[in-house]
Design a protein around this ligand. Sequence first.
Ligand code: AMP
Ligand code: MG
Length: 493
Amino acid sequence: MTVHTAAPPQASSGLQWRNRYAALGPEYHTRLLPTPLPSPYWVGRSEALARTMGLAPDWLHGNDALAALTGNQPLPGSEPLATVYSGHQFGVWAGQLGDGRALLLGETQGGLEVQLKGAGRTPYSRMGDGRAVLRSSIREFLCSEAMQALSIPTTRALCVTGSDAPVRREEIETAAVVTRVAPSFIRFGHFEHFAANEQLVELRRLADFVIDSFYPQCRTTGKFAGNPYAALLEAVSERTAALMAQWQAVGFCHGVMNTDNMSILGLTLDYGPFQFLDGYDPAHVCNHSDTQGRYAYARQPNIAYWNLHCLGQALLPLIGEPDLALAALESYRTVFPAELETRLRAKLGLRQSHPDDRALIEDILKLLAQEHTDHTIFWRRLSHHVAGSEAQAVRDLFRDRAGFDAWLRRYETRLALEDATACAATMLRSNPKFVLRNHLGELAIRQARDKDFSGVARLLALLENPFDEHPGHDAEAGFPPDWASAIEISCSS
Ligand code: AMP
Ligand code: MG
């Protein structure tokens, strides 16, 4: 009798690679393999993204995927590399940065790039160890998928794998790798890099690559006297403006809006010390390392505009005329307020336009800011009130009852001009019940440190459908516990 001891054959990934970033040339990257991690294990997986990517159904549950996505075994056809970029950090030119711990594996079918974040040292690691810790990897994984479900442009995360390998931060933690997925991870900083080094041939090739791949209309629009690079700057400004409006509306703080963390596609990119607001406070700073409050919640839209000026400066050698660059940037100043108004109107369920709407919006935001009212809970309760429940649950959120009641009367008069059922439906689709609050992530992380990953999966399931009620999960939609305000999230990840 023959005894077969070999492991059963595993499904192949189904991934087919092409590597256009690798083909750009050695000026743009350094090729190298990930540094393996011992005894990896699964921490979290997004089945939804696996389906989008066309992965073979069982592959993401097998040992081949575990090894490959931890960086322990190459994926046939991929060509791992670290890209070089530079950037402005906290408003100051930082010079060369680059992928210090992320490796791009290549691009798969459907035009999605795959990156392993935390895959070991690269020539751009500077003083860093090339690793990412379990805590921040779980946060990035959950938030990427949460943003996607909120229809906010973002890089995605396919999975997190962990290892008991120690990683030194303020304390000793353990290592993890996030598999990130996006059409492109190109940042403003990639352009700044080649501009600062006066590598104009490389700068142009990169801009042409981005235009041809993602913004082909820039070649044909009649705007800017047919200048495609000015058209690119305008298109990026518009996407960034729309993104900022969405962040403001949902109460998202990025925490490190350095130009090296700004996506050329207008995606939310590089989840570090981010936070969804608990109480609504325009001055809220979520990054413990941001002592000046540069990236405070309400400052984000202006910071994005500042960052776009850095991009404009970098593209200037291609655009030629400073006036054209300024004209391209100007679009931000109309698109951002228009997008924000659209988002806020949807939050209030206002479908038709009315001259009083702006004051209605401004006044409720003022009231929320005065009282630091819980942002997510307020909007959700208001939605339920418009859908038919008593106003008391919303009123209970305010100390200034008279002030709130006065606003509510105006709002209800205004709502009478609309179709109530349609308003309520819009609001319940615009105001999520579940967002990734710091304390929710923290609880899942604590469990994961004890090798119980069920909390990560449970939270993912809620965040993947944040507008659904999920009976039995009201705790995750409730007020943050007292200890939540003591959580300190810094750049250290
Ligand atoms: P971040 O603040 O995470 O956007 O990172 C800024 C720069 O530091 C980027 O070039 C990162 O690749 C690099 N970096 C951050 N953490 C590490 C690390 N642990 N090891 C190597 N490079 C890192
Ligand atoms: Mg970064």
